[in-house]
Design a protein around this ligand. Structure first.
Ligand code: MN
Length: 385
C-alpha cells in the first residue's frame, strides 16, 4: 500500500485474549468454574469448559477445500499459525497493541473479551459475580494505558441485581461500554421481559453503552457451539445463523419499550453486518401498524425511529453495509476490525478500507470510519486528520 493515503478508522469490534493466569487469584472453587479452552492436537476443534459444563467448537480452517485435519499451516498472505498466535498475544501488551493499530490504520477500538465472552454460560451467581470482577479489573488496568482502548465490562447475567451492581461499579471505574450476550443465560427470561428493566435503567443512568457481540447465545451443555444445522451448506449456513442474535436482541429492546423509556440508552451490535438495520426497521414498523390492536406496550415513536437513532452496528467487509448509510439513511453504521480474530481484517486493514471507501462520498466515509464511533464515545480523542 506504499504511496497510498492511510485511511484511519475506529473499530466497533475488537478483542483481547486474556492472560492464562487471569483467574489464578480466585479461590479454587470459583477458578475451576471460569471459562477455559483445551485445543485438540489436530487443531480442528477445541473444548470449552465453563462452570461444570463443556462444549466442543470447530476451529476456523483457512481453506474450505483443504482436508479438516491436520490444520493447514500457511495462510494466503504467507503467514503461519505461529505468526498468528504470536500476533494474537501481542495484542495483550499495550505498547505492542498500539503499534499494531498504527500499522493497520485503526485508531480507537471497542475491545470485547476473548475467552471471557463465554462467561454468559456461567450458571452460579457467585462464580459470575467474582469472575466478571476479575476480568473487569484486568480490562480496567489495560484500558488505562491508552485512551484508544475502549474496553467492555463483562456483566454477571445470572442475577439481575449483580448485573446492575457491576454496571454501576465499572462505570465508576471508567468503563464506557458493557458487553452483553445476544441472548440471556438459559436460566433467565428473554430481554423483552420486565426482569431486565433495572439493567436497562442502570445503563441509561450511567451513560454506559450496551455492546452485543454476535454469536454469543448460550448453548445447552454438550452441544457443538456454532452448529445450528448440519449437512449441505452447513459452514455458510452456520456462519449466517450467528448474525441473527444481535438483531433479535436489538428488536427486543425496541419493542419492549426499553429504548422508549430511556432515550439516552444506546446499543451497539458488533460483527453482524449492518444492512439488517433498515430491513428490521421496516419489519417492526409493519408489525406495529398491522397488528396495532395487539401491540403492547405502545411506543412514543415508530420502532424504526429507535433503531435509526439508538442502535449502532459494526461490520468488517460487507460492501452493502456502507450503502446502508448513504442509500438507506441509517447513520449509525460503523466499521470494525475484529482484531485479532480470523474473520477480521488484521494484516489487510488498509486494503479493506480502501476497497470499501475509495468510491464512497467523503461524508459517508468519515461517518462510517470515524463519526459514528465518536458519537457513541465522545470522550475518546479523534484520529490524526
Ligand atoms: Mn468480534
Amino acid at each position: 500500500m506504499e504511496g497510498v493515503e492511510k485511511l484511519w478508522a475506529n473499530s466497533g469490534d475488537s478483542h483481547i485474549v486474556e492472560p492464562t493466569d487471569l483467574f489464578s487469584k480466585l479461590p479454587d472453587h470459583i477458578r475451576e468454574c471460569m471459562p477455559r479452552t483445551v485445543k485438540d492436537p489436530s487443531g480442528a476443534f477445541e473444548t470449552i469448559h465453563v462452570d461444570g459444563q463443556e462444549w466442543v467448537r470447530d476451529l476456523p480452517q483457512v481453506d474450505p477445500n483443504a482436508p479438516r485435519k491436520p490444520r493447514l499451516n500457511a495462510r494466503p498472505d504467507g503467514t503461519t499459525d505461529d505468526d498468528f498466535i504470536e500476533r494474537w498475544f501481542r495484542g495483550n501488551t499495550p505498547a505492542q497493541r498500539v503499534a499494531d493499530l498504527d500499522d493497520e490504520g485503526v485508531w480507537a477500538e471497542v475491545i470485547y473479551p476473548g475467552l471471557g465472552i463465554w462467561a454468559f454460560n456461567i450458571r452460579t451467581p457467585e462464580v459470575a459475580r467474582l469472575g466478571c470482577r476479575v476480568m473487569n479489573e484486568h480490562m480496567a488496568e489495560f484500558q488505562s494505558h491508552s485512551p484508544r482502548f475502549v474496553c467492555c465490562a463483562s456483566i454477571p447475567m445470572v442475577d439481575v441485581s449483580d448485573a446492575v451492581a457491576e454496571v454501576r461499579r465499572t462505570s465508576a471505574d471508567g468503563f464506557l461500554i458493557g458487553f452483553l450476550p445476544t441472548k440471556p443465560p438459559l436460566t433467565m427470561p428473554e430481554y423483552n421481559d420486565a426482569t431486565w428493566d433495572p439493567l436497562w435503567a442502570a445503563f441509561a443512568e450511567t451513560g454506559m453503552r450496551i455492546g452485543f457481540h454476535i454469536g454469543t447465545e448460550p448453548v445447552p451443555a454438550n452441544q457443538r457451539i456454532g452448529v445450528y444445522i448440519r449437512g449441505r451448506g452447513a459452514a455458510v449456513l452456520n456462519y449466517v445463523e450467528t448474525t441473527y442474535g444481535g438483531q433479535r436482541a436489538a428488536s427486543q429492546l425496541i419493542t419492549s419499550g426499553a429504548l422508549n423509556r430511556h432515550p439516552e440508552l444506546k446499543v451497539l451490535v458488533s460483527e453482524g453486518g449492518a444492512t439488517w438495520g433498515p430491513f428490521l426497521a421496516d419489519r417492526m414498523d409493519e408489525g406495529y401498524r398491522q397488528h396495532g390492536a395487539a401491540v403492547e406496550p405502545r411506543l412514543s415513536k415508530l420502532p424504526s425511529e429507535y433503531l435509526y437513532e439508538q442502535v449502532y452496528a459494526s461490520f468488517q467487509h460487507d460492501r452493502s453495509a456502507v450503502a446502508a448509510n448513504w442509500a438507506m439513511g441509517w447513520r449509525n453504521v460503523m466499521w470494525g476490525s475484529d482484531y485479532p480474530h480470523f474473520e477480521g481484517t488484521f494484516g489487510h486493514t488498509q486494503k479493506t478500507l480502501h476497497e470499501l471507501f475509495d468510491d464512497t462520498d467523503p461524508v459517508t466515509s468519515h461517518r462510517v470510519r470515524i463519526g459514528a464511533f465518536q458519537e457513541l464515545f465522545p470522550t475518546v480523542p479523534p484520529p490524526p486528520s
